[in-house]
Design a protein around this ligand. Structure first.
Ligand SMILES: Cc1cc2nc3c(=O)[nH]c(=O)nc-3n(C[C@H](O)[C@H](O)[C@H](O)COP(=O)(O)OP(=O)(O)OC[C@H]3O[C@@H](n4cnc5c(N)ncnc54)[C@H](O)[C@@H]3O)c2cc1C
Length: 401
C-alpha cells in the first residue's frame, strides 16, 4: 500500500516539503496538504503593503492549482487536532490518517507580549496579511494628521530583518511625503545592539546599521522591553514613555494551538523541538520545519530576543525532511542531517531605494564568514527575489535554488 504523507501548512515550509516528498519518491507516495489559508503568501513583501507598493493579489497565489498539477491533494481547512499515537489529524470535522506528518504551520503573533498592542489606535504590526492591510489603513489616516513614528521589535521577537526593512522603508516614505524633517522616527528594539538581528550580529553590522540610522536621522533605543502601548505612548523599560502617532511593532511569534495540543510535542512557545533530521524529538514519524520547528540559541541577552526563522532555512529544512521521509518509506534510516544553526544565512534587507545583503556561512555562531553588503543593488535584488520566488513557488519548481 502507498504510504501517506500529510503536510500541515502550505507556505514556504509546507509547499516545499509536500512537493519535495512527491519528487523524492518519483510520485510513488500519496501526499496531502491541509492549510488554513488557500493561498500562498510571500510574507517578505508585507513590508511594502501598508505603503500601497503591493496589493494582496500581488504577493499571493492560490495553492490548489499548483498542488493539483503536482498530484498533491489539497484541503483548505485548519487542522484542529493531531492524534500522534493514532497517526490521525482532524480538520473541519474530517479525520485524515497518515504514515508521516510534516508540521509547517508557521507562526501566530504573541500580541499579549506587549499589552495594548492589539487594540490601541495608531499601533500596528505587519506580520500577517490582515495586519499589514490594517497597518496600511492606519498609515493613510496618519498622512492626514502626522506625528512621531515608532518602528520596533519587542522582547522575544525574532523577525528583526522585517523591523529594519519597515524602518528604512518608513524613512523613505516620510521623505516622499515631505514629512521627513517634521516627524521624528524612532527605532525601538530588544536587541542588545543595532544589527544583532537575533543571530548575534555580523562583523561590521553594528557600525553599518548605526551609520544607516544616523544618515536617515533615526533615533535608536536598544535593549529595552516594551511594557505597554496606550494611545499615543509606548512604555519601555528603564526610560520615559515614547510618543507616537503611528507605531509598527514586530511581536514575538508562537506556534499554533493544534501543535500545542499534542502531549510532549511542543515547547512552551508551541514550537516543535526537532532533531537535525527535522523529526520531532518525541515522535519520529512527525517532522516539523520552518517557523513551527523550535530553535535553541547559544546566547542569553538582558532583554530576550528570538531567532529569525527566515525563508531560506525553512526551505532547506523542508528539503531535508522530505529526503528523510523518503528514506523512511524506503525502509532506511533518515540520513540527511542539517541543524538550523549550520544552514547558511542568506537575506536581502530592503530600504526603500537602497538595502543590505546579509550573507553568512551559518545562521548561528561559530561562523567562519559573515558579510553585509550595502547599496542600491540590494533593493533590486529584493525585487528580483520576490518575482523569482513567486514564479518558482507558483509553478512548484521547489528543486530550483
Ligand atoms: C513581515 C515579514 C517579512 C519577512 N521577510 C523575510 C525576508 O525578507 N526573507 C526571508 O527569508 N524571510 C522573511 N520572513 C520570514 C518568512 O516569511 C518565514 O520564514 C516563512 O514564512 C516561514 O514559512 P513557514 O512555512 O514555516 O510558515 P508560514 O509562512 O507562517 O506558513 C504557515 C502555514 O500554515 C498554515 N496554518 C497555520 N495554522 C494551521 C492549522 N491549524 N492547520 C493547517 N494549516 C495551518 C498557514 O495557512 C500557512 O499556510 C519574513 C516574515 C515576515 C512576517
Amino acid at each position: 500500500m502507498r504510504k501517506r504523507v500529510l503536510v500541515l501548512g502550505g507556505n514556504f515550509g509546507g509547499l516545499t516539503a509536500a512537493l519535495s516528498v512527491k519528487h523524492e519518491l518519483q510520485g510513488d507516495v500519496d501526499v496531502r496538504v491541509i492549510a488554513a489559508s488557500d493561498r500562498f503568501l510571500f510574507n517578505p513583501s508585507l513590508i511594502w503593503l501598508p505603503f500601497g507598493k503591493r496589493r494582496p493579489q500581488d504577493i499571493t497565489f492560490p495553492l490548489a492549482p499548483t498542488l493539483t498539477e503536482h498530484d498533491v491533494d489539497f484541503v483548505h481547512a485548519s487542522a484542529t487536532r493531531i492524534d500522534a499515537a493514532a497517526k490521525r489529524v482532524t480538520a473541519a470535522g474530517v479525520e485524515y490518517d497518515y504514515d508521516y506528518l510534516v508540521i509547517a504551520t508557521g507562526y501566530r503573533n504573541a500580541m499579549g507580549a506587549v499589552p495594548g498592542l492589539a487594540d490601541t489606535d495608531g499601533a500596528y504590526t505587519i506580520t500577517t496579511l490582515e495586519d499589514a492591510i490594517h497597518a496600511g489603513e492606519g498609515w493613510r489616516r496618519f498622512l492626514q494628521n502626522p506625528g512621531p513614528v515608532i518602528v520596533g521589535a519587542s522582547q522575544g521577537a525574532g523577525c528583526f530583518g522585517a523591523a529594519y526593512e519597515f524602518l528604512f522603508n518608513m524613512s523613505y516614505q516620510l521623505r516622499r511625503f515631505g514629512l521627513k524633517k517634521h516627524v521624528p522616527l524612532t527605532y525601538v528594539t530588544a536587541e542588545p545592539f543595532l544589527g544583532h538581528f537575533g543571530i548575534g550580529g555580523l562583523p561590521g553590522g553594528e557600525r553599518l546599521l548605526g551609520m544607516f540610522l544616523r544618515k536617515e536621522g533615526i533615533t535608536a533605543v536598544t535593549e529595552v522591553a516594551m511594557e505597554e502601548v496606550v494611545e499615543g505612548k509606548l512604555a519601555v523599560s528603564g526610560r520615559e514613555p515614547l510618543d507616537f502617532a503611528y507605531a509598527v511593532i514586530i511581536p514575538p511569534f508562537e506556534g499554533q494551538d493544534v501543535v500545542r495540543g499534542v502531549p510532549g510535542l511542543a515547547d512552551e512557545k508551541g514550537f516543535v523541538p526537532v532533531r537535525d533530521t527535522y523529526q520531532s524529538a518525541a515522535y519520529p514519524d512527525v517532522y516539523a520545519v520552518g517557523v513551527a520547528a523550535a530553535v535553541s540559541v547559544p546566547w542569553t541577552t538582558a532583554v530576550p530576543v528570538g531567532v529569525p526563522k527566515t525563508g531560506f532555512p525553512t526551505e532547506v529544512q523542508a528539503h531535508v525532511a522530505a529526503e528523510n521521509i523518503a528514506s523512511q518509506i524506503r525502509g532506511k534510516e533518515p540520513g540527511r542531517h542539517k541543524a538550523f544553526g549550520e544552514i547558511p544565512a542568506v537575506c536581502v534587507m530592503d530600504a526603500g531605494n537602497n538595502g543590505v545583503m546579509i550573507l553568512a556561512d551559518r545562521m548561528l555562531p561559530p561562523r567562519k564568514a559573515g558579510v553585509l553588503i550595502p547599496g542600491p543593488q540590494s533593493h533590486g535584488a529584493k525585487l528580483l527575489f520576490e518575482k523569482y520566488f513567486l514564479w518558482k513557488a507558483r509553478h512548484g519548481y521547489v528543486r530550483l535554488p
